[in-house]
Design a protein around this ligand. Structure first.
Ligand code: IMP
Length: 459
């Protein structure tokens, strides 16, 4: 009975209390809403870290399903800023946090994050999939060499070894977390992998680096010993949690436009940040996902290369960058900023099956007048409403804007957040409601500052 009420179709009909509570009340029966995917609808950096932390209060656990330490999820609690590259954002709420098989794990980064959390007085209740692939130092070397070789086709990666690690996974050369726990197995696999990587570094790219197999085996076997207590079958654990009716947040890293299949290829990452990645990257069936929630920033930002039709190369773009602190969490690079673009968000809604949106960083737009929103593109006198597959057409897309009245800079957003949706200025409400109209999806939460409390629940 409970399972039936939890089905996606039924949930859509129940008065949606999300997210103030993950519990739904239907005819007096309290029903848990088990699997929620949080996905980025733009080029990453939408503020998913804050949102996952905020929602995790009501959840039982959080599981990361894609990417690696290329991600940078920022959470601000009590004026203190925490940055996570690999550990799921729910960790600060004291919830169980899982790293799924779809993630590529750099053990060095992972151990340093665990250590930093401990220093801050947190005891992470962390579980790592035995099937997750490992990022080795040579993957980072290769990331740099490949980027250089690609020239104008380089994506401007984070140089965290993400592409090379996923390449090895797909080519079946990869080494998984389970292999780190067995030194002789690790050595057997390294015999092949190190030999191959050395050839690629020296003979393909003329790189000078020399790989010492035994040194690598010893170093990573030691990492294995340090993480062994966290390793488990995450698919089993998450399915069990869902079957018990627990609420599980599937935390996506990066965004839809960076997706290896649905993003702006080849200017994206090597994993699936899209909602489908939550199933393959954790090991749950699509029937276990009740809801897909998209996170969209109130403007556009992009770190790295590739076309961004609404990019602003002027003072407004600079103002947004400075006010929004738009510098890469992982690399420190300045992010390219621009007007809100409804086209990628609509596209994300389609490829992810998003039923509601969370809008972040609305406060950053204060003091800009007028504001612009891109409603669609034009290419050679033709209207384009979607993301074209070929790069050349996307590069030719000219944004078509509509103007909206902005609002004053002198606002106390903390106060507004306390007052709720009604406390927003009419211009800000018009901006939000216009995005709802253009995307066809309701905005349920609005984030107006980095702290947990700077969050408005609409409806
Ligand atoms: P990679 O994931 O490091 O291989 O980088 C591929 C592309 O995705 C580059 O353009 C990066 O700047 C971008 N990218 C990777 N991770 C993130 C992220 O977490 N936020 C925003 N952009 C990212």
């Amino acid at each position: 009975m409970e399972r039936q009420i939890c089905s996606g179709i039924k949930l859509a009909k129940i008065k949606d209390l999300f997210p103030s509570s993950s519990l739904f009340r239907s005819r007096g029966v309290v029903v848990k809403m088990p699997g929620i995917v949080i996905v980025g609808t733009q080029w990453g950096d939408e503020g998913k870290g804050k949102i996952v932390d905020y929602l995790a209060k009501e959840a039982d656990c959080v599981v990361r399903y894609n990417g690696g330490s290329n991600a940078g999820h920022t959470v601000v609690v009590g004026g203190k800023t925490f940055k996570f590259h690999i550990i799921p954002s729910g960790v600060l709420q004291g919830k169980r946090v899982y790293i799924g098989n779809g993630v590529v794990v750099d053990p060095e980064v992972l151990l340093s994050e665990i250590e930093n959390l401990r220093k801050e007085g947190f005891k992470p209740d962390l579980y790592i999939s035995d099937r997750a692939h490992v990022v080795f130092a040579f993957h980072k070397i290769l990331d740099g060499l490949e980027e250089r070789f690609k020239g104008s086709l380089s994506a401007g990666t984070t140089l965290r070894g993400i592409g090379p690690a996923y390449s090895d996974k797909v080519a079946r050369f990869g080494i998984r977390v389970a292999d780190l726990l067995d030194e002789s197995e690790l050595r057997r696999k390294m015999d092949v992998l190190v030999a191959l990587k050395q050839k690629v570094i020296s003979q393909v790219y003329n790189g000078k680096e020399t790989l010492e197999k035994e040194e690598i085996v010893k170093k990573y076997a030691e990492f294995g010993r340090k993480i062994t207590n966290y390793v488990c079958d995450v698919s089993f654990a998450i399915n069990e949690a869902l079957d018990k009716g627990e609420t599980v947040i599937f935390e996506g890293a990066q965004g839809t436009l960076l997706d290896i299949d649905h993003g702006i290829y080849p200017f994206g990452t090597s994993s699936n940040p899209t909602a489908g990645g939550a199933c393959t990257g954790v090991g749950v069936g699509p029937t276990k996902i009740s809801k897909v929630v998209g996170v969209a920033k109130a403007y556009t930002s992009r770190v790295g290369a590739g076309p961004v039709p609404t990019e602003l190369m002027d003072k407004v773009g600079e103002r947004i960058r400075i006010k929004g602190g738009e510098y890469g969490t992982t690399t420190g690079r300045p992010r390219r900023c621009g007007w809100f673009d409804a086209v990628p968000v609509r596209y994300s809604i389609r490829v992810n099956g998003i039923s509601e949106l969370i809008l972040t960083k609305l406060d950053v737009l204060s003091g800009i007048n007028p504001l612009k929103i891109c409603t669609h593109y034009m290419v050679k006198n033709k209207v384009v409403n979607d993301i074209p597959a070929d790069l050349k057409t996307y590069e030719e897309c000219k944004p078509v804007y509509e103007e909206l009245e902005g609002w004053t800079d002198s606002l106390d957003w903390h106060q507004i957040a306390m007052g709720g949706y009604e406390a927003l200025l009419p211009q800000a409400k018009t901006y939000i409601e216009r995005i709802e109209e253009l995307t066809g999806v309701p905005i349920k939460i609005i984030s107006v500052g980095p702290e947990r409390e700077d969050t408005i629940i609409k409806d």
